[in-house]
Design a protein around this ligand. Structure first.
Ligand SMILES: [Ca+2]
Length: 368
């Protein structure tokens, strides 16, 4: 039996504690960002509710009495309550909890702060309950994002935790950019403008792997499927002109910029140069060349009969033909013999089937 020593148990316990702590850290991190977006949603809905109630309790007339009543309603607790009711969906637990917990702040703002601090999001989410930060800043102390709060990530990426009390302020760069500051260009892009605070990366010509400018003459290196010509420009390789062809016998080659593809020939062809029955190199068995197009051969109307057994008849099919027993006869051991009960009609009959190149037996049902 294996016995677990006290050191190992301690190690197991420690790793458990670390895992739990790690989980809580990432969880708390998510909560910080989530709390800000909940708060943002609440203040957005507050502003919508404010607009919605602007014209409420207004009869449409213009009497002095109505204006007095309206101005009273404008700043009334009734109006505040109407706005507060519409802040959250009933299903949004986080939203309802935040409103419930912070309700008194809305009253304070409504009656005492509104005039001096008209921006509710700023007063409530950033300055009062401190779940958000001003744009371009992040974290518990609202520090500036990488690249500065005016243009986080130099305008080429997203700052982690931007506008929230969470995140680390680092950049995830947008397409074309890389580096801690999102000032460097990724492969396949070149730097059009670049200084300490501004960078513009533009995509290379599709023929370049890396480049110094926008055209196919500015490539440092050609991309796969392209090669340098005598002007030192990257041009498409025509893979289809290679010998032997990169495609199989029953395929044709289609060249494209930077690549090529192999497509199946038409079924009437044996090898082809393109799509359709008029691009065959030669016709497949059972087909013949008619004015450059492969068409079915009618074996049944050839001078030499194809179905030679007694009481057989020939039926032409696409690319082939079949031999069946004539009416009143049925197939038995490869021969057409008189039907057992000639007077009686049967629903199904057996026949001999012959195909080009081979003879095989099969049972088919025919409606006579
Ligand atoms: Ca090509």
């Amino acid at each position: 039996m294996l016995s677990v020593g006290p050191e190992l148990r301690l190690l197991q316990l420690l790793s458990c504690v670390i895992l739990v702590l790690l989980y809580q850290v990432t969880d708390a991190e998510r909560d910080l960002k989530g709390a800000c977006s909940t708060c943002k949603q609440i203040t957005d809905n507050f502003n919508k509710g404010y607009d919605r109630t602007t014209k409420q309790n207004f009869g449409g007339g213009n009497t002095a009495w109505e204006e007095r009543k309206l101005s009273k309603y404008e700043t009334s607790e009734i109006r505040l309550m109407e706005i507060l009711e519409g802040l959250c969906d009933s299903s949004s637990f986080e939203c309802n909890r935040m409103v419930e917990e912070q309700e008194e702040h809305f009253e304070t703002w409504w009656f005492k702060r509104k005039t001096k601090h008209p921006d509710l999001h700023k007063w409530f989410c950033i300055e009062t309950i401190k779940v958000c930060c001003p744009k371009g800043t992040f974290g518990p102390d609202c520090n500036a994002c990488v690249g500065g709060s005016d243009r986080p990530c130099h305008g080429n990426g997203m700052c982690d935790g931007d506008g929230t009390r969470g995140g680390n302020g680092g950049c995830s760069c947008g397409h074309g950019y890389r580096g801690e500051f999102c000032l460097d260009c990724i492969d396949g892009h070149f730097s059009e403008v670049r200084n300490d605070t501004f960078s513009l990366c533009t995509e290379c010509h599709p023929s370049c792997k890396t480049c110094t400018g926008p055209t196919n003459q500015d490539c440092d290196e050609c991309k796969e499927g392209w090669e340098e010509d005598d002007q030192e420009a990257c041009v498409d390789i025509n893979e289809c002109s290679r010998d032997p062809s990169p495609c199989k016998e029953d395929q044709y080659c289609l060249n494209r910029d930077g690549s090529y593809s192999c497509k199946a020939c038409d079924s009437v062809c044996s090898g082809c140069t393109g799509a359709g029955p008029d691009s065959c190199r030669t016709c497949a068995g059972g087909y013949q060349d008619t004015d450059g197009t492969c068409t079915d051969i009618d074996e049944c109307s050839q001078p030499e009969p194809e179905c030679t057994e007694e009481h057989q008849k020939c039926i032409n099919t696409q690319g082939s033909y079949v031999c069946i027993c004539s009416s009143g006869y049925e197939e038995q051991d490869g021969k057409c013999v008189e039907a057992v009960q000639p007077g009686e009609r049967r629903k199904g009959r057996s026949h001999v089937l012959c195909a080009v190149g081979e003879v095989y037996l099969a049972t088919i049902r025919l409606n006579e």
